[in-house]
Every structure is written in C-alpha cells, then in structure tokens.
Ligand binder design. Structure first.
Ligand SMILES: NC(=O)c1ccc[n+]([C@@H]2O[C@H](COP(=O)([O-])OP(=O)(O)OC[C@H]3O[C@@H](n4cnc5c(N)ncnc54)[C@H](O)[C@@H]3O)[C@@H](O)[C@H]2O)c1
Length: 256
C-alpha cells in the first residue's frame, strides 16, 4: 500500500514543493492550508491528494481534517508558518502572539493530534519546519526566531518522549530561500545579489532544496535519524568569520 503524508501550509511556497515531491514519490497527500482555495488548487494538480482546509492553531479544525483524510498518515510535515518583522522595542503584543501561536503552538496542536493517531497505528515520522532565524538572531525577526528556536527544542522533546511509540521527530531549518514568504525580500535585486555572494554555496536555496531534505527525513533512508535538525542553508550559518576583514598575511601559506 502507498504511504501517506499530511503537509500543513501546503497551499504554496515550501509546503507546496514538499507536497509535489511526496506525490512524485508515490505518497497519498493531504494538502492542509488555512486558505482553502490554495489547498484545492495544489491538491487538484496532484495524482492522489485531498485538500484539507484548516487552521493549525484550531484543535477542532485539525481533528476534522484528520477525519476527512480518512487514515493515519505515515508522515506529518508541520510547515505552516508566518512572519512579522519589526524591532522588539516596538512590535505589538498582538504580532508577537500571532507568530508564537502559528509557528510554535500550531505545531504542538497538529503533532499531538497526529501523534496520538500514530501511536495507535504503530508509529510514523514528523518533520517540523524551523529556520536559520531560530539558529542565529536576525535583526527585527525576534518573534519569529524565538518561535523557531522553541520549535527546535519541541522537536527534540517530542523525539525523546515519543520514541516508545516509534514516532521519529526531526526538523529542517531553511536558509535564504528564493520563494515563499521570502519572495518579496529577493524581489529586490541589490539585496538578492549581496546575499547570494555571501552564501558559501554562492546561491539562494530553492523550495525544492528544502523539500528534498524533508522527504529524506520522512523516508526509510532517514529511519535512524531522530531529534535532529538539518540546516539547509548553503553554509550561511557557518560563515560568520568570513564577513570580518582580515590582514593579507592570513591569505598566504606558512608562518605569518
Ligand atoms: N521562505 C523562506 O525563506 C523560509 C526560510 C526559513 C523558514 N521558512 C519556513 O518555511 C515554512 C513555509 O514558509 P513559506 O516560505 O513557504 O511561506 P508561505 O507564506 O509561502 O506559505 C505558508 C503557507 O502556510 C499557510 N498558513 C499560514 N498560517 C496557517 C495556519 N494557521 N494554518 C494552516 N495554514 C497556514 C499559508 O496560507 C501559506 O499557504 C514556514 O514555517 C516558514 O517559517 C521559510
């Protein structure tokens, strides 16, 4: 029998790419999104998929969507997320709460609902979408980074608590991605080219780069990876020292 997967926030961007790769790999796909029209459009373009309109922050809507899916998925990808930029000194409590609600609490709600069913079903794989914004503080991205850093810990926590149920939980932390919520940032040519040259891989990431890592973690090839984060960023979080000036002598070989 084919494997099945539910991808949240799959109406566009990275989630859509994950849903497409899963479908190409033979999965039956639940395309879950708060935006029903976007979910319908993606699901109807895939061979074996169902659109599930629900907010990840509403437990009743999630239970209904799981019933609608009709089976316990082998994998859950908690991809739905939002961003609100702004200096911590100025941001509103409303913005802070909405980012924590979707990016952290929503993942807990979906994972608990699906995790209970996976437990009864003998196991499964969960992949959470974090961010390099949760690895390094990003100026004016404080609520987002705090939620994603919390999500990294939640990932490890679930992996430890749910091992008995044969549920693996990992996360993928995308870097600078040419698409999804970052599309407006990279529409600016100057920002785009300045960032591209500073990424060790000398390019932005694609939504497919992220989907590949997610589906690896869901697959049998990833069967012994549990409680870890794959940072898919072309090396950017390792490049801190590269941005500082250095004396010419450091660039030659030998005792300097
Ligand atoms: N694009 C990037 O550069 C980037 C980088 C790092 C991490 N991420 C993470 O990747 C994930 C996907 O981001 P994206 O760039 O594809 O964004 P996107 O805005 O293109 O897609 C997000 C999708 O989630 C849906 N959504 C939002 N709130 C929801 C809710 N409460 N319930 C259900 N669906 C909801 C939206 O309708 C949308 O279709 C997010 O978790 C984001 O934080 C993205």
């Amino acid at each position: 029998m084919n494997k099945s997967i539910i991808v949240t926030g799959a109406g566009g961007g990275i989630g859509e790419a994950v849903a497409r790769l899963a479908a190409d790999s033979g999965y039956r796909v639940g395309v879950l999104d708060i935006d029903g029209e976007k979910a319908d459009a993606v699901a109807s373009s895939l061979p074996d998929a169902i659109a599930l309109q629900a907010s990840t922050t509403d437990p009743a809507q999630i239970e209904k969507a799981l019933d609608q899916f009709g089976e316990t998925p082998d994998s859950l990808v908690n991809n739905a997320g939002i961003v609100r930029f702004g200096p911590l000194i100025d941001i509103s409590l409303e913005d802070w709460k909405s980012v924590i609600e979707v990016n952290l609490t929503g993942v807990f709600i979906c994972s608990q609902a699906v995790g209970r069913r996976m437990k009864d079903n003998g196991g499964g794989a969960i992949v959470n979408m974090t961010s390099i914004g949760g690895v390094q503080p990003n100026v004016n991205g404080g609520s987002y980074g705090s939620a994603k850093c919390g999500l990294h810990l939640l990932t490890r926590q679930m992996a430890v608590e749910w091992g008995d149920y044969r549920i693996r939980v990992n996360s993928v932390a995308p870097g600078f991605i040419d698409g999804g919520m970052s599309a407006p940032i990279f529409a600016d040519d100057e920002i785009r080219s300045t960032r591209e040259v500073r990424v060790p891989s000398r390019r932005l990431g694609t939504v497919e780069d992220i989907a590949n890592s997610v589906m690896f973690l869901c697959s049998d090839e990833g069967a012994y990876i549990n409680g870890h984060e794959i940072v898919v960023d072309g090396g950017v979080t390792n490049s801190l020292m590269a941005s500082f000036p250095r004396p010419k002598s450091v660039d030659s070989v030998g005792d300097n």
